[in-house]
Design a protein around this ligand. Structure first.
Ligand SMILES: Cc1cc2nc3c(=O)[nH]c(=O)nc-3n(C[C@H](O)[C@H](O)[C@H](O)COP(=O)(O)OP(=O)(O)OC[C@H]3O[C@@H](n4cnc5c(N)ncnc54)[C@H](O)[C@@H]3O)c2cc1C
Length: 442
């Protein structure tokens, strides 16, 4: 028999956006359930263990909020489990590198402390529509089916299956179906940094070209994207990208993951045999599945446009700051770009309206399914911004519920005010450029 559960706010997906959404709503006083299909919190962050949190420091200052809280917690541990450092890649600012397991543990603990009911290995299947609202969602876990009735639903699933089934229009990839490449990551242990990075080229282009010419590496590995991991002499390899995979199709994802494993093992062998410093190294933390960057982008009352971001737009409903480059990865047959989107001393803010659907009155969405054109999407999708989008959606959902409002009738400035109270920086007239450099660590 189907179980019946209820909650104020139902968050679908426990990636960085879902983590932020659940905490944002719970800290605003709502009862929250979080449904995550896999066995771990983190989403892409857990599928690519050790991937730095980029984009958290526009103009060198922290965006604040839950991202800063989590970073502070990890940095304050003894020994420290995170550090803030300048990225070695062009046009990326500072980033946080961390111990993956410590971060996942801390995130889960924050959810527990806030009283969030976390369901892992639980899959949201279909929305139940009543009078233009999602009154509940049917879900499944190993005990069978359950129906979760909810006052508000926040779709943080990355792919937006539930929103799409509820009738929210969407665009796939660039609108012609071209999605960014998916990636399988791994780390190399016991690779002394002083030798590995002696040449100073973060892309190892010379070595990669030789490997491709010798047939030892796939031609898409012209840039190797190797970077220092958090632990000494570990190297994080965010290199193996597979093109043309539809991340909403589980079979395509499974096939891409096996192809990714093949190329990762090949790359690890190549590094050991050909690149100084890797002679005694070994592979570790191969991702459990490819990380999917881009699938559906849901239609909202406002679409984020690259032209607004280039102008450094800071709308009154801006909920988080960002200066990430246009980080576009092998979309269709295109190559990678990391072109800067704003000047070094400027940033833009992501508007709340890009997370509000036109019609459904109790649905919000956050994270990589936000409403954006392809170039804007390539900039806004960093994990710190996903956490913050989630935090904003969580606050908004709890506020709308407490005031019996449709999400479309919320005053976004109330959401911004609550975010400032929850420690977000650089929004609501607060200019990041005015903050003391000390904010870097926060
Ligand atoms: C390879 C790769 C490299 C990247 N590099 C960086 C980087 O260096 N720095 C950076 O900041 N960002 C990086 N990004 C971007 C960033 O990781 C993502 O944009 C971000 O993590 C997306 O978070 P999300 O919560 O929106 O979605 P996801 O992380 O995709 O989380 C969605 C979650 O929802 C769950 N889910 C989906 N459907 C259901 C369902 N029906 N029921 C229950 N659960 C469901 C999934 O299991 C998943 O856990 C990278 C992304 C990729 C793929």
């Amino acid at each position: 028999m189907q179980r019946q559960l209820s909650t104020d706010v139902l968050v679908i997906g426990g990636g960085t956006a879902g983590f932020g959404a659940a905490l944002g709503a719970a800290r605003q006083g709502a009862r929250v359930r979080l449904i995550e299909g896999t066995s771990k919190i983190g989403g892409v962050m857990s599928f690519c263990p050790g991937m730095p949190w980029g984009g958290g420091y526009p103009t060198g200052r922290s965006i604040g909020g839950i991202f800063a809280e989590l970073t502070d917690q990890l940095c304050a541990m003894q020994p420290p489990m995170a550090e803030v450092r300048p990225s070695t890649l062009e046009n990326f600012g500072h980033e946080v590198i961390y111990d993956h397991e410590a971060a996942v543990f801390a995130m889960f603990q924050m959810l527990e402390d806030a009283g969030v009911d976390v369901h892992l290995n639980s899959f949201a299947g279909a929305p139940i529509m009543t009078d233009g609202r999602i009154s509940g969602v049917t879900c499944t876990d190993r005990q069978g089916g359950m129906q979760i009735d909810a006052g508000m639903v926040i779709d943080c699933s990355g792919d937006g299956d539930i929103s799409a089934k509820a009738g929210v229009p969407f665009m796939v990839g660039d609108g012609r179906g071209n999605m960014m490449g998916v990636t399988l990551s791994f780390s190399m242990l016991n690779a002394p940094w002083a030798r590995v990075f002696a040449k100073g080229d973060p892309y190892f282009e010379e070595e990669a070209a030789a490997g491709i010419a010798a047939g030892q590496l796939h031609p898409d590995l012209a840039k190797l994207y190797l970077m220092r991991g958090f632990h000494r002499d570990t190297v994080f390899c965010n290199s193996v990208h597979i093109r043309g995979v539809d991340g909403t199709d589980p079979q395509q994802v499974a096939r891409a993951t096996q192809e990714g494993r093949r190329r990762c093992h090949q790359l690890a062998r190549f590094l050991i045999e050909n690149v100084p410093g890797f002679e005694q190294a070994r592979m570790s933390e191969l991702g459990p599945t490819v990380g999917v960057r881009e699938t559906r982008k849901l239609e909202a009352v406002h679409r984020i446009l690259a032209q607004d971001l280039r102008a450094g737009a800071k709308p009154v409903d801006g909920i988080v700051c960002c200066d990430n480059p246009i980080d576009d990865v092998m979309r269709g047959d295109a190559e990678m770009t990391h072109d800067a989107i704003v000047a070094d001393d400027d940033y833009y803010a992501i508007p709340f309206r890009a997370m509000v659907p036109e019609k459904i009155r109790n649905l919000l969405f956050a994270g990589r399914l936000v409403c954006a054109d392809p170039a804007a999407f390539a900039s806004v999708r960093g994990m710190p911004q996903c956490m913050a989008m989630g935090q904003a959606a969580g606050i908004a959902a709890a506020t709308a519920l407490a005031n019996r409002l449709a999400v479309q009738d919320l005053d976004p400035e109330d959401v911004v005010a609550a975010l400032l109270k929850q420690g977000m920086h650089g929004i609501g007239g607060d200019d990041l450029r005015r903050h003391a450099p000390a904010l870097l660590a926060r």
